[in-house]
Design a protein around this ligand. Structure first.
Ligand code: TRH
Length: 397
């Protein structure tokens, strides 16, 4: 006798922090959204609370379990064999193929009804993603199937993740002209705020000296806002002085101000407040798109320069990518065929910035039309659960 169809009310999301803040950054965003917008009982299992606290300062790094923003956060460390079917949620998500505890997987197989199981994958504009999105992967030994669910840039993928009220919040922030007060709270002076404002979030291997040299010689002043710790060695070498949060240094047209690392929700406001954003990895890359401002992407390094293929795939589909945008993206990632002319690229791009805003807004509309990644995932999960229910029912007849 089958008790009831899987009602999909609870969700376990497993996150292993490989490095940096993208893994927990994405998972934390998704966990909050799944709890707030879909009313699910969400548990986020994360193995690194210290990285988590950098983007969400109220995290207690000593707590085994804590409630944060409507999500139960569990410190995931060695609970490998301690699970019963009752411990398993209706939906189980592993992020970026992190191996979830073997004992939990066994409990999943014993549970009735079975949970819907997903592996969330990384974002890429490459064509192969469309062929792999929603592919099933049967467990080698247990009666369980996991589904791959890819984010992406068209309707043949899961779409990008966005909160239902994100664009309304951004519009309200802009309409009330909250940018200057927000930047002032971070220490930005009115004079700095009047210049062309650029946020800079990148990897240490980005060619910061070359970019700064072009900015220093820029015809118009530039204020570069950089979170503490980002590119520190290169920035300190450029200015010849220590650069901690609150420090400012100027050379020629370029002023660099080091900001504190802000909570994740404030990072959006920083993106909305700048004329151009340099972003990296995956989560800030997506948020920069939703900010509807021009941006330059520092892509995470992969062996054999595979990240260049990924970068070019994105530039091929990204409508606001004028030749200057594409050139600076390639130069920033060491993906130019020859030695880039930083000064020429920057001067062309700077004149295009106001016009690029409009194209960036159109890109937002295009991406919104694909639907939200988690909304799409939950619709797919509901279909799978209903099919399972039908199969089980037929088996009883
Ligand atoms: O930190 P990242 O380099 O993370 C990367 C990528 O996700 C990459 O794909 C992954 O494979 C690798 O980690 C392991 O960049 P990302 O993805 O932009 O994540 C940064 C997070 O930090 C994002 O959620 C925004 C947040 N953030 C803040 O909350 N405050 C800040 O001041 C800044 C600069 C960022």
């Amino acid at each position: 006798m089958i008790s009831h169809p899987n009602p999909l009310r609870s969700l376990d999301l497993f996150c292993k922090v490989v490095d940096n803040y993208g893994d927990i950054g994405i998972c934390w965003r998704l966990a909050r959204q799944l709890a707030h917008e879909h009313g699910l009982a969400v548990r986020l299992w994360v193995d690194d609370l210290v990285s988590f606290r950098r983007i969400w300062p109220t995290v207690d790094t000593q707590a085994h379990a804590q409630e944060l923003s409507g999500v139960t956060v569990l410190h995931w460390r060695g609970q490998d064999g301690q699970f019963t079917p009752d411990d398993v949620a209706d939906i189980v998500i592993e992020f970026f193929g992190c191996e979830i505890p073997p004992g939990y997987v066994e409990a999943m197989a014993q549970r009735s009804p079975k949970p819907v199981w997903f592996n969330l994958e990384g974002l890429s504009a490459e064509a192969w993603v469309e062929g792999c999105h929603t592919l099933p992967s049967p467990h080698r030994a247990l009666k369980l199937t996991k589904y791959f669910f890819f984010p992406g840039f068209n309707e043949r993928t899961g779409g990008l993740s966005f909160e239902a009220d994100l664009q309304a919040r951004r519009q309200a922030f802009l309409a009330a002209n909250e940018g200057p007060a927000f930047l002032a709270r971070l220490g930005v002076t009115p004079e700095e705020a009047q210049a062309c404002k650029v946020s800079l979030f990148c990897y240490d291997y980005a060619p910061i000296p070359e970019l700064f040299a072009a900015w220093q010689a820029s015809p118009a002043p530039i204020t570069c806002l950089v979170p503490e710790g980002v590119g520190r060695a290169a920035i300190e070498a450029f200015f010849g002085t220590p650069m901690r949060a609150g420090r400012v240094a100027t050379q020629g047209a370029l002023t660099v101000r080091v900001l504190p690392f802000v909570p994740q929700t404030d990072y959006d406001k920083l993106l909305w407040s700048c004329d151009l954003n340099f972003v990296r990895g995956e989560d800030s890359f997506v948020r920069a798109q939703w900010a509807a401002r021009p941006f330059i992407w520092n892509i995470y390094h992969q062996d054999k320069n595979l990240h260049h293929t990924k970068l070019n795939a994105f530039l091929n589909i990204y409508d606001p990518a004028t030749p200057a945008v594409a050139d600076l993206n390639r130069a920033w990632n060491g993906a130019c065929p020859g030695e880039p002319d930083w000064h020429a690229i920057w001067q062309t791009l700077q004149t295009q910035l106001p016009a690029l805003n409009e194209q960036a807004e159109q890109w937002v509309q295009k991406m919104l039309a694909n639907g939200d990644w988690m909304n799409n995932l939950l619709s797919f999960a509901a279909r799978l659960a209903a099919e399972d229910w039908k199969t089980a029912e037929n088996g009883l007849k």
